[in-house]
Design a binder for this molecule. Sequence first.
Ligand SMILES: *Cc1c(COP(=O)(O)O)cnc(C)c1O
Length: 243
Amino acid sequence: MDHSYLAANWADVRRRVDAACREAGRDPAGVSILPVSKTFDADVVRAAVVLGLRRFGENKVQEIRDKSSLLADCGIAWVVIGHLQTNKAKDVARLASEVQSLDRLELAEALHRRLQLEGRSLDVLVQVKTSPEESKHGLPPAELPAFLDSLRQYDSLRVRGLMTMATHSDDPAEVRACFRRLRELRDAMQARGHDLPRLSMGMSGDFPLAIAEGATEVRIGSAIFGPRPVGATAAPAAMGPVP
Ligand SMILES: *Cc1c(COP(=O)(O)O)cnc(C)c1O
């Protein structure tokens, strides 16, 4: 299949991220892009690897299992960005380089135990719930101080920052408020002695707002890989190029 659309999409996204940085008075070097390859086949990911991309975000552990075995030669760092069940800790400890959706102690404990067995460590971001929607996962902001304190006992988890998903709203002010909330929480936690340099926030539809509020990393799926089928699950669909 012809994957030439990927190069154009990638260049366009990088250009728009750089423009959002300039608009916000920020250095583009301070914002990285995490390509989100969920639902896309291994051959699409391989085409992205050819473009020089090496980190990919996935929200299902089963997809990381499938793709990592098909792409074992690519040196890919897999980043877990979706809600993680505790019984998936074993695969994550084996296959992932990073988890951005850490949201409860039970999961931290399970990951730590498995990582110790593997002799590995993992970068983690704590996912915080900054939006009112019931469906969004993440730690309630009020629980963050105690949670970060508790994470200190798990030395295989390197806590590097915070992650959030903004509210689904047509009102940019509401979306931006979620991102601001995460930055303010980060600043408050830094004042308490936690080193949290990374803020993962912003997706294809809202990343300029996230960059304006201090994102150090934006997670971009559809703007790079094209639209996903509605209600897409772990089963990678046969996707065509962006029209
Ligand atoms: C799918 C997903 C993204 C990317 O979404 P797009 O709108 O396709 O850019 C980012 N973050 C998380 C947690 C996701 O599940």
